[in-house]
Design a binder for this molecule. Structure first.
Ligand code: PAF
Length: 282
């Protein structure tokens, strides 16, 4: 497994792979890898000749009072996990390498970047799309793999790729959950035992909505209310949003004719957790 730290290294490596006619899959990550990330790697391996993973805690997608400084970092462990999965290449650039002094160019997906997490985390999606577009320019993957847990992120990246004609296919892989249903997240590492129990409320609220939907409830406001009430049963949980939105526009929906994303975000202690389900067309 090759490890590239610089832009020059990754470009040379990419050129070599292209010469050999190999297809390349990219799994962008911020490290602190868990089974969710590894499921992306396995999907990439199944679909591409070569697999690259990037590890970069992207300062541009963190707000001033967020967890950039304490975001979990353990390169040795991540490296071992990726090696075990048979990843061919890790790109692990420094902040300086990705954002040299004077960098003032950003990629913004207008009208989507301020929805869901973008509303409570201003600039977050601009940070994601700027970084991901740079990764696409550097690694030139044929396919790139993202998790459905960050559903809005996937929607926004798809739109960016379409609008900017970036020649990469975006593959979105299912959420990987702990046995009790909690969505896997690097931020779960922040939770103590009590908070870990509280965190399950996100999944429970989504299941409550799923159940009512399965029983025939189609009133969007009633489903949102049920989800919110389910969260409210855990007083230590601070709800950020509980929304039902269109999968493409991220705008609130009135009905389920095109299917819909049910998305929840909440703080448990200082950990901001997100989860979602998709409800199919009626
Ligand atoms: O989903 C993530 O871990 C990050 O937002 C990503 C896509 C790696 C960009 O930093």
């Amino acid at each position: 497994m090759q490890i590239c730290h610089t832009i020059d290294e990754i470009r040379v490596t990419r050129r070599r792979a292209r010469r050999d006619g190999k297809s390349l899959g990219l799994v962008p990550t911020m490290g602190a890898l868990h089974e969710g990330h590894l499921s992306l790697v396995r999907m990439a391996k199944a679909q591409c000749d070569l697999v690259a993973a990037s590890i970069f805690v992207n300062p541009l997608q963190f707000g001033p009072n967020e967890d950039l400084a304490k975001y979990p970092r353990n390169f040795e462990r991540d490296r071992e996990l990726l090696e075990k999965e048979g990843v061919d290449l890790i790109f692990v650039p420094s902040v300086q390498e990705m954002y040299p002094a004077g960098a003032v160019t950003y990629v913004t997906v207008e009208g989507l970047g301020d929805k869901l997490c973008g509303r409570s985390r201003p600039g977050h999606f601009r940070g994601v799309t700027t970084l991901v577009s740079k990764l696409f320019n550097l690694v030139e993957p044929d396919r790139a793999f993202f998790g459905q847990k960050d559903a809005a992120q996937s929607t926004i990246i798809r739109r960016m790729v379409r609008d900017l004609n970036i020649p990469v296919q975006i593959v979105v892989c299912p959420i990987v959950r702990e046995p009790d249903g909690l969505a896997m997240s690097s931020r779960n590492a922040y939770l103590d035992a009590q908070q870990r129990k509280s965190a399950l409320a996100l999944y429970r609220s989504l299941m409550e909505v799923q159940e009512r939907f399965d029983q025939g409830e189609r009133k969007v406001h009633a489903l949102i209310e049920a989800g919110k009430q389910s969260c409210a049963r855990v007083p230590s949980l601070r709800l950020d949003y509980f929304e039902i939105v269109d999968l493409e526009t991220l705008e609130p929906v009135d009905d389920f004719s095109r299917g819909a994303l049910v998305a929840v975000a909440a703080f448990v202690g200082n950990a901001r957790l997100i989860d979602n389900i998709v409800l199919g067309p009626a």
